[in-house]
Design a binder for this molecule. Structure first.
Ligand SMILES: *Cc1c(COP(=O)(O)O)cnc(C)c1O
Length: 226
């Protein structure tokens, strides 16, 4: 059952935090609801979940609109974003985890209305050598941080990363503290690290993750999709 899976994951998060000498209460557990019907969002809400994540703009915008009555939800956009979708993403997101190039930061900034609040963003870093995996190359992270930090409608909160498929997560996540320091050299209070999914959230917590993006361990297998 959903409630049992949620409780089980939260227990494993707390165990991993304590094992790393960290306070479980300082971690934000985001439940990734992609491909699931919006009814799942309401079930999660009833169980106390307030941070939800989606990775495709159309599904994201539609779901956020359908649960517009749940005003204390925080929606995290975690997928690759096209600049032409920046307005829709900005309108629906509390946090955008996937800013990986200057053009996207510019588009999100340009999408701010005159009375828009400041949007929290994370800079997504590519931990692989494959540019197709999304994320800025580590060597370009400082430049992206400097550029994004200069856009007044965006607030750089830290970094986001996805573990590569072909490397042990411990090894990949070992890069996170150094990458986070690179951003903090530009934005001193940017102390969020979004990392960790169903298969690797314990390793991410050990490496300093503050925001975990967990889908299937909580929601069950995703419905078939194309
Ligand atoms: C789908 C997705 C997740 C969650 O994946 P699970 O393995 O189901 O926990 C996390 N982050 C991103 C970027 C995703 O697209």
């Amino acid at each position: 059952m959903l409630a049992d899976r949620l409780a089980d994951v939260d227990e494993r998060i707390a165990d991993a935090a304590r094992a790393a000498g960290r306070d479980p209460a300082a971690l934000t557990r985001i439940v990734v609801t992609k491909f699931h019907p919006v009814s799942l969002v309401r079930e999660l809400y009833a169980l106390g979940v307030r941070d939800m994540g989606e990775n495709r703009q159309q599904e994201f915008s539609a779901k956020v609109a359908e649960v517009g009555d749940l005003t204390d939800l925080h929606w995290h956009f975690i997928g690759q974003a096209q600049t032409k979708k920046a307005r829709a993403i900005r309108a629906a997101a509390s946090v955008v985890h996937s800013v990986d190039r200057e053009k996207l930061a510019d588009a999100l900034h340009a999408a701010a209305g005159p009375d828009a609040s400041v949007l929290d963003v994370l800079l997504q870093v590519n931990l692989t050598d494959d540019p197709g995996r999304g994320g800025v190359a580590p060597v370009d992270l400082e430049g992206l941080a400097t550029h994004t930090a200069a856009l007044p409608s965006l607030r750089v909160r830290g970094i986001m990363a996805v573990a590569p498929l072909d490397v042990a997560p411990e090894a990949a996540f070992a890069q996170l503290p150094g990458l986070a320091d690179t951003v903090r050299a530009v934005v001193p209070d940017a102390d969020w690290i979004s990392a960790g999914m169903t298969a690797d959230f314990a390793e991410a917590i050990a490496a300093g993750a503050t925001h975990l993006r967990i889908g299937s361990a909580i929601t069950g297998p995703r419905p078939l999709h194309g």
